[in-house]
Design a protein around this ligand. Structure first.
Ligand SMILES: NC(=O)C1=CN([C@@H]2O[C@H](COP(=O)(O)OP(=O)(O)OC[C@H]3O[C@@H](n4cnc5c(N)ncnc54)[C@H](O)[C@@H]3O)[C@@H](O)[C@H]2O)C=CC1
Ligand SMILES: O=C(O)[C@H]1O[C@H](OP(=O)(O)OP(=O)(O)OC[C@H]2O[C@@H](n3ccc(=O)[nH]c3=O)[C@H](O)[C@@H]2O)[C@H](O)[C@@H](O)[C@@H]1O
Length: 436
């Protein structure tokens, strides 16, 4: 079976590597020549723990190949996975330009029957539109379209692919569904087969539900601060109820990343297009927008104004173990701090290079956490990297002008912080004001 994966971003590359690892022959196609050149040398274009050894192992076993020659790959393919980006349009809807281009590329090259599997997150109805496009553009062959949405998380993408909770296969054609199910069987993950539209909806509904959990717990955290409860205790107590579940109840400065922000907006738009006002989801989005500014609000309350203050930012990526800066809270926080005329010194263990091209030019970058904290008036923790969680708290006391820490990810236990002369503001917990 010849498998081709179109697009080698987080989803495409991880899919290609994982399918090769369970024994398939996989050709990964990308239009980005530089990326393909690097992957051919075994270098991953994305920072993702564990990916490079797996890439190399499967390339050496002659199961995994990278090319820009899509036409040839599509001609020889039995199954083609589409994993190109579906970013956000200005109005919040999903931009299907890359997807449609990939469909055209495939249609103009295939010479035999093929199954096309859509991994990209696409609005309900898109796979049927793809099917219609193929019927028009490549009437000489039979192309079956299958929806196979992806649920991996960045930073644990390899683990998630081998240990996912389910593989969703949406198909109208039983034979195509069976072929795709067989391809995935070696993962040993439960397969949920359904119709195409339901599969498309499962993806959006899953992301929207997880985003709802986050905004919900953040609202509870905001109330906890005012009534003197502790969000960590509250989340732990809630999570013990299996109907609620313990995961995705970490309060903080909101969700970012390439998917929750765009997929929640896209689903709200899908609803609006059929005259359904998805009020709950709109509130989830609004709560998140406010939550990303929470540390700024706290700092302004503490200092009055931030003009001339040196603020150390710890963590820039939208979450740990990735260098992805898409919709990271740091984008909002740095913009606000610069507008407030604060001096911003930032440090991130991995994302600094990517950050430099997207954050305001006024941001100064430090090579080490100690350097960022040096003589700072305040620190803001935006991403819960292990490096910050494990940091000896005395470093704040030693390095900073005033050890005032705004922790947007609740990295430290309050009883640990209480042992140091630190002023500490976190999310949904009591502040600690131990500065002498
Ligand atoms: N990033 C994530 O964690 C997850 C993403 N998704 C969805 O998967 C899709 C892909 O997302 P990412 O991997 O983050 O995208 P990405 O933006 O990181 O990568 C897309 C890749 O496709 C390539 N490409 C674009 N047009 C092409 C064409 N015509 N032929 C060949 N290559 C082409 C680009 O050069 C790029 O390398 C999106 O729909 C996203 O919503 C779903 C689950 C998780
Ligand atoms: O569609 C997608 O692209 C993916 O989106 C998310 O994965 P990802 O964005 O990589 O990362 P998550 O671990 O879900 O975190 C997303 C954001 O939510 C925040 N978050 C997460 C969990 C939590 O309890 N609290 C919280 O604030 C994180 O800090 C981060 O900013 C989903 O978890 C994946 O299942 C899905 O495939």
């Amino acid at each position: 079976m010849n498998i081709v994966v179109v697009g080698t971003g987080y989803v495409g590359l991880v899919t290609g590597v994982a399918l090769a690892h369970i024994g398939h022959r996989v050709v990964c196609v990308d239009v980005d020549e530089e990326k393909v050149e690097r992957m051919r040398r075994g270098i991953s274009p994305i920072y993702e723990p564990g990916i490079e050894p797996l890439m190399k192992e499967n390339m050496e076993a002659n199961r995994l190949f990278f090319t820009t020659d899509g036409a040839r790959a599509y001609r020889e393919a039995d199954v083609i996975y589409i994993a190109v980006g579906t970013p956000e349009n200005e109005d919040g809807s999903a931009n299907l330009t890359y997807l449609k281009q990939a469909v055209q590329d495939i249609a103009s090259s295939v010479t035999k029957d093929v199954i096309v599997v859509t991994k990209s997150t696409v609005p309900v109805g898109t796979n049927h539109e793809i099917k219609r496009m193929f019927e028009q553009l490549a009437p000489h062959v039979r192309i079956e379209v299958v929806s196979n949405p992806e649920f991996l998380r960045e930073g644990s993408a390899i683990y998630d692919t081998f240990h996912g909770d389910r593989i969703v296969i949406g198909a109208d054609d039983e034979r195509a569904a069976a072929v795709v199910a067989d391809i995935h069987r070696p993962f040993g993950i439960p397969i949920f087969q359904t119709d195409i539209r339901s599969a498309e909806m499962i993806k959006y509904a899953s992301n929207a539900f997880l985003a709802t959990k986050i905004s919900f717990i953040n609202e509870i955290a905001n109330i906890c601060e005012k009534v003197g409860a502790d969000i960590e205790q509250v989340a732990a107590g809630m999570g013990m109820d299996e109907r609620i579940g313990a995961s995705f109840l970490r309060a903080g400065i909101g969700y970012g990343g390439s998917c929750f922000p765009k997929d929640t907006k896209a689903l709200a738009k899908i609803a609006a297009n059929i005259d359904h006002d998805f009020e709950l989801l709109k509130a989830v989005i609004e709560v998140n927008n406010k939550q990303q500014r929470k540390l700024i609000e706290k700092a302004k309350k503490r200092f009055g104004h931030l003009r001339g203050k040196k603020i150390a930012l710890l963590g820039l990526s939208f979450k740990p173990n990735t260098d992805d800066m898409r919709e990271a809270a740091s984008l909002v926080v740095t913009r606000e701090l610069v507008a407030e005329q604060a001096t911003v010194v930032a440090y991130d263990p991995i994302a600094m290079n990517k950050a430099k091209s997207v954050l305001p030019k006024e941001v100064i970058y430090a090579d080490r956490v100690e350097q960022a904290l040096e003589r700072a008036d305040a620190a803001m923790i935006l991403t819960e990297w292990d490096e910050f969680r494990q940091l000896d708290l005395s470093v704040y006391v030693k390095q900073m002008k005033t050890p005032i820490v705004f922790d947007g990810r609740n990295c430290y236990a309050l009883h640990d912080v209480a042992r140091y002369p630190i002023e500490y503001y976190s999310i949904g917990r009591k502040p600690i004001t131990n500065i002498k």
